[in-house]
Design a protein. Structure first.
Length: 134
């Protein structure tokens, strides 16, 4: 089965040898997003809530470029350099997702690219009985 690369200028360009997302069949694997502003490719400066919002906006842009939305995300993995920021994830996530919420894992890590405090990746799944714009 061939993979389809997903690319949008509405999310940060890949910094390295990876794609923003790859679709295989009805599943789209979204690479980890950090709080980079896609227009400037600079880390968002501000409180953790603003950085989390930027990450979800980036994920939303990639999901839409794949022909879906955040509602199609089945699984999120959250990486945090400080697990005390986790309540902020829940607060901001509630603004971007409705029930049923995606499955989620949170992992504490020592460091992330560019010294950011969080990174989130996702798995998006399309329903084969519905039509989506690819």
């Amino acid at each position: 089965m061939a993979h389809r690369q997903i690319q949008t200028d509405d999310a940060p360009k890949a910094i390295g040898t990876y794609s923003q997302a790859v679709q295989t069949g009805e599943t789209v694997y979204l690479s980890g997003q950090i709080p980079l502003d896609p227009a400037t490719m600079q880390v968002v400066d501000g409180p953790i809530e603003q950085q989390i919002e930027r990450v979800f906006e980036n994920l939303k842009a990639v999901a839409e470029a794949a022909g879906g939305s955040l509602a199609h995300i089945a699984k999120l993995t959250v990486y945090l350099t400080d697990l005390s920021d986790f309540p902020h994830i829940n607060e901001v996530m509630a603004r971007f997702f409705k029930e049923p919420f995606p499955a989620r894992a949170a992992i504490g890590v020592v460091a992330l690219p560019l010294g950011v405090p969080l990174e989130i990746d996702a798995i998006l799944v399309f329903d084969s009985s519905q039509e989506y714009s690819y």
